[in-house]
Every structure is written in structure tokens, then in C-alpha cells.
Design a protein around this ligand. Structure first.
Ligand code: ADP
Ligand code: MG
Length: 578
């Protein structure tokens, strides 16, 4: 069952046919493994036919004075064979399923990493996360548990029907004529069962909730002498859960009864037609026995197919959502263009609004000279992060352009390294995280980058750059994570740097280290730094003040302090904080 909350369907969903084709393509990438898996699954289902066949022979042979023992041995052998083949094929099917799922997951994550920024802006955190998380989990669960059962049951049904056909067409027809009855029972059951199961689950949840809250609040309950009312609530909910449970049970047995009826009507038909054929000498008693046993074997797998139907359906729903993402067109990879060591950057008439929101940037003109270090300051919500995103090419502005040395470029991201306000350190080792910035970087280069930003704490860790960080690993402090991001910047060595400084407390040792690190990491690059600590601004070549999406002041720190405007007031407040 899917537990994902409904998400706005912003990302496309593939058709079932497309999903099947993608899965088939993944299977073809491992032809040997796929062939072996199919072979074993068929062999396992086929081995199930041995016992009915042997029993049929036994019925024919023993009255003629044959020995029972060879048959007993054959039956025992068949039982072992079925067990071994079924175990192996279950293993191989889940293996193969997981191989395909791993490839699909890779494709989804890969595509998620390369989505055009415009798409990413709209879906980040919502739909995409649900697909990478819930949908993958949903498919994974079905791959390891449901899939082998469904494939096994499906093949058993197919092979059993085929076996009946080979035995005698007329016997097969007599049995299969009952299938419509079975389908009728199914049509009756399916629409009734789903809501009842759901209601039962809700009632069970409410019952435990009533129990837990009574126990947790036992002091309060006693203080108000409220025991009788709480007792009544618990009793009431237990009764409701029990009643629904009984209804599910009744429905289930009713269904089982209808299925049995279908089965026995079919069995009667097989035996009746069989008796008639035996009388005419067309088939032996043994053949009829085999047919009856085969026919009987049909119903277990049919029932299983029915009961895993829901799971298969929801796994299918997740699969088409995954393929939908994997099939999205990727953004063109950033083209590394030969660029001047320190380009000039210009924002010309840049405005931006998110969706239908208000203007967050309002006709901003801003020039960064080659190698210049510009500090951007302003109140929270002024648009600093948005401006940084536009300059770094991770956000396409609603209007206006960004020029590099006076020309437009295809992809700013090739030129600009961005360190965001909130750094995400990926689960894995520190070295792996850093190599995101430069995949081929040597250990020495990784260590040098960390040194350059003063991250000496890494060397003090037992595993050094091999330390596992992120989810479930070593917890980095916020300043440490920022340092790691700055080290990535050093490794990537872009000619332009955009830093969105984290809001660090004034005067803290971590913040001061970070300031050093930022200065070191951006040395020699054309740099824009969003400065929350005004000591950063004081060191910059120029300060730009943003208010409500407009540039309201700019100049050197000294000029702006002397001018006595908005920046001067900010500076006075900052220094007063100490
Ligand atoms: P700053 O970094 O100066 O605090 P931001 O650029 O983060 O300012 O935000 C400017 C305005 O845009 C704020 O009002 C903020 O709520 C809004 N905003 C920022 N990001 C988004 C977004 N992804 N979607 C909608 N509104 C946003
Ligand atoms: Mg911000």
C-alpha cells in the first residue's frame, strides 16, 4: 500500500506500455541473468506438474500388479525438486528485480540532478522527493516479496492449463468451463473488500490511539475521576474494530465459499466427463486422476494472484511515476567554455518573481568588475538569495539578462561556483562529497582543498577524508558543513564565486574561521558574497545594498559609512552588537 501523501502532479507519469518497455530494456542489459531467471521460474512451475502425473501413473499401474515403491521415490524426488527450484527461482527473481530497480533508481536520481532549473524550482522537495523516496520503496517492496509470488503463480496457472490440454482436450475444457464462475466471484469480492479493509485499518488505528492516550494521560484521567468515560471510549472503539474485523472475515469466508463452489463444480465436471471418457476407453482412470489433481492445483495460485492484485497495482502506479521522471528531458550539461581567468559579470535589467508572487527583484543593474569582490547586504527578504541564484545561473530571471564580459552565455553554471546558504552534505565519505566538485581529484588535491579553507578538523578525525558524513554518519556542525562546501569550490576552481553566507552568530569562533575560509576560497575569483556579517562587507571591494528587490546604495564600505545612509545605520547596529 502506498503511504505517500498526494502530491501535485507536476512531474509527468509514464504510460504502462512505456514503463514495460523501459523494464524490458533494462532486462536486456543482463541477458544471461534474465534468461537463467526465466528458465528457473518456468522449471519451478513445471516441476509442480510432476506429482499429479506420477500419481496418475500410479493409479493405472498398481492395480495391474506394479510396485508402489518407484512411484513413492518419484514423488519424494519431485517434492525435493519443487522445493529447491522454487527457492532458487524466488531468489533469482528478486535479484533480477533489484538489479532493474537499481538501474531505474540511478536513472531517476541522475535525471533529478540534471533537471532544468525551471522545472526544479517548481517541484523541489515535493513531488520529486516523493518519487525518489516513496515510489522507489514501494517498487522495492513489491520486487522482493510480491513479484516472485506473482510470477510463480502466473506460470503455474499457465503450465497447469497447458498440462491439462496435453492430457486431454476434453478434460481440460470441462475444467476450464468453470473459470467464468470464478471470475464472477472475483467481480463480486473486489469492490466490497477494499473499502472494508481500509475501514478496518482506520478502526484499528483509532482503537490503539484511544488505548495509548488513556494510558499516557492516566494521571489526568484519575484526577478528574474520568475513568468511566475513557473506559467507554476504549470499549466502543474496540467493539467497532472487532465488528469490522468480523465483517472482513465473513466477506472473506463468503468469497472462499464461492471460490470453493466454483472449484468443486469444476472438479465435478472434470470427473463426470472423465468417467464418461473412461467408459468409452478414450482415457485411463490414471489420466482422469492427473487431470483432477491438476485442476485442483489451479485454485491456490489463482487466489494468490487475486490477493496480491492490490499490491501489484500500487507497485505499478509507482513504477510509471519513476519512469516518468527517468524519461524527462535533461538540461544540457554545462558546457565548459574557455573563459577569462577573472570575467566581468553584469546583471542588466534583472527582475524576478516566483510563480504569481510579487516582484522579488525589481529591475536590478549590477556590474562586477574582473576579480572584484562585491558584498551584497540587506534585510531578510530583500532578495539577496534570489539575486545570488540568478548570478550563479541556478535561477532564470523573469526578465533581464546576465552578461559575462559583455556577452550572453549558454550556461552560467559552467563559470560560477555557488555556495548556498544552507549547505547539503551528501551521505558518503567526505572525500566522495568533495569529488562532486571535481570527479578526478586525487587524495592530495582533496586534502589540499580542505587545508586551503582551514578545515584542519578533518585531519583530526580517525578516518580523515574517509569519514562517513551525512545521514547516519558523522554529524558536521553548520560551520563545518560550510567549510566543506568552500573546499568544494576550491576544488572546482571556477573563475566566478557566489557565496550566500549562512546567518552565523557574531563573534563566534566558528563564524570567524568561516570568514577566513571564504576569503581564501574566493581569492582570485570575481566574487559576490551575500554578507550577514558586516565585517565581511567591510573587507569587500564594494558594498551593494538591496532593499525590496532594488539596489538602493552602493560604494566602498568607507564611502557608505560616511554617507550616513541605510548601510551606515546597519553598520552602527552591527558594531553595537560587539
Ligand atoms: P533574502 O535572501 O534577502 O532573505 P530571498 O531572495 O531569499 O531574500 O527572498 C526574497 C523574497 O522571495 C522573500 O519574500 C521570499 O519569501 C521570496 N521567496 C524566496 N524564495 C522563494 C521561492 N522559492 N518561492 C516563492 N517565494 C520565494
Ligand atoms: Mg537569503
Amino acid at each position: 500500500m502506498s503511504t505517500s501523501t498526494p502530491q501535485p502532479a507536476l512531474l509527468p507519469v509514464a504510460t504502462g506500455r512505456r514503463a514495460a518497455r523501459v523494464v524490458a530494456a533494462h532486462l536486456r542489459r543482463s541477458p544471461g541473468q534474465s534468461a537463467l531467471t526465466i528458465l528457473l521460474a518456468v522449471a519451478a512451475a513445471g516441476a509442480g506438474l510432476i506429482a499429479p502425473a506420477v500419481l496418475g501413473r500410479l493409479v493405472d499401474a498398481v492395480p495391474d500388479g506394479g510396485s508402489v515403491w518407484p512411484f513413492v521415490a518419484a514423488l519424494a524426488g519431485a517434492a525435493v525438486l519443487v522445493a529447491v527450484l522454487t527457492g532458487l527461482s524466488t531468489l533469482l527473481i528478486s535479484r533480477l528485480g533489484e538489479t532493474v530497480l537499481a538501474r531505474l533508481r540511478e536513472a531517476v536520481v541522475d535525471r533529478a540532478l540534471h533537471l532544468p532549473s525551471a522545472t526544479l524550482d517548481r517541484v523541489r522537495g515535493g513531488d520529486l522527493l516523493a518519487r525518489v523516496g516513496d515510489d522507489v520503496a514501494e517498487v522495492a517492496e513489491s520486487v522482493t516479496t510480491g513479484l516472485p509470488q506473482v510470477i510463480g503463480a502466473g506460470l503455474t496457472v499457465l503450465l497447469t492449463v497447458a498440462g491439462l490440454g496435453v492430457l486431454d482436450g476434453r478434460l481440460a475444457l470441462a475444467g476450464i468451463a468453470v473459470v467464468p464462475l470464478y471470475l464472477l466471484a472475483l467481480r463480486w469480492y473486489l469492490p466490497l473488500s477494499a473499502p472494508l479493509y481500509a475501514a478496518e485499518r482506520v478502526a484499528m488505528g483509532e482503537r490503539s490511539q484511544a488505548l495509548v492516550s488513556s494510558v499516557q494521560g492516566v494521571d489526568t484521567v484519575r484526577a478528574y475521576a474520568d475513568e468511566p468515560r475513557h473506559r467507554a471510549v476504549v470499549t466502543d472503539r474496540s467493539a467497532r474494530a472487532l465488528e469490522l474485523g468480523l465483517r472482513v472475515f465473513r466477506l472473506y469466508s463468503d468469497f472462499g465459499w464461492r471460490m470453493n463452489r466454483a472449484e468443486y463444480v469444476g472438479l465435478a465436471a472434470v470427473l463426470g466427463v472423465g468417467a464418461w471418457l473412461v467408459r468409452d476407453g478414450a482415457v485411463t482412470v490414471g489420466a482422469v486422476t492427473t487431470a483432477a489433481l491438476l485442476f485442483h492445483r489451479l485454485f491456490g495460485p489463482l487466489g494468490l494472484l487475486l490477493f496480491t492484485f492490490d499490491d501489484v497495482q500500487s507497485a505499478g502506479a509507482s513504477l510509471v511515476r519513476l519512469v516518468g521522471v527517468a524519461d524527462l528531458p535533461a538540461a544540457d550539461p554545462p558546457t565548459r567554455v574557455p573563459s577569462p581567468a577573472r570575467p566581468a559579470l553584469e546583471l542588466r535589467g534583472v527582475s524576478h518573481r516566483y510563480e504569481d508572487g510579487p516582484l522579488v527583484l525589481d529591475d536590478v543593474d549590477l556590474v562586477l568588475a574582473p576579480g572584484e569582490r562585491v558584498a551584497l547586504v540587506g534585510a531578510s527578504g530583500a532578495g539577496k538569495t534570489t539575486l545570488a541564484g540568478v548570478l550563479a545561473g541556478s535561477l532564470t530571471p523573469t526578465a533581464g539578462t546576465v552578461l559575462v564580459d559583455g556577452r550572453g552565455v549558454d550556461d552560467l553554471r559552467a563559470l560560477v561556483g555557488l555556495v548556498s546558504q544552507e549547505v547539503h552534505v551528501f551521505a558518503g565519505t567526505l572525500a566522495e562529497d568533495l569529488r562532486l566538485a571535481r570527479p578526478g581529484a586525487t587524495d592530495a588535491e582533496v586534502a589540499a582543498a580542505l587545508d586551503a579553507v582551514g578545515a584542519h578538523w578533518v585531519a583530526a578525525l580517525a578516518d580523515g577524508t574517509g569519514t562517513v558524513v551525512g545521514e547516519g554518519g558523522h554529524e558536521l556542525t553548520a560551520p563545518q558543513a560550510q567549510q566543506v562546501a568552500l573546499a568544494r569550490l576550491v576544488l572546482a576552481d571556477p573563475p566566478v564565486a557566489v557565496l550566500d553566507e549562512a546567518t552565523a552568530e557574531a563573534g563566534s569562533a566558528g563564524a570567524r574561521d568561516l570568514e577566513e575560509a571564504a576569503t581564501a576560497a574566493t581569492a582570485g575569483r570575481t566574487t559576490l558574497v551575500v554578507a550577514h556579517r558586516l565585517t565581511q562587507a567591510a573587507r569587500a571591494d564594494r558594498v551593494v545594498v538591496l532593499a525590496a528587490g532594488r539596489v538602493v546604495e552602493q560604494g566602498t564600505h568607507a564611502e557608505l559609512v560616511a554617507a550616513g545612509g541605510r548601510y551606515a545605520r546597519l553598520w552602527a547596529a552591527w558594531t553595537a552588537r560587539g
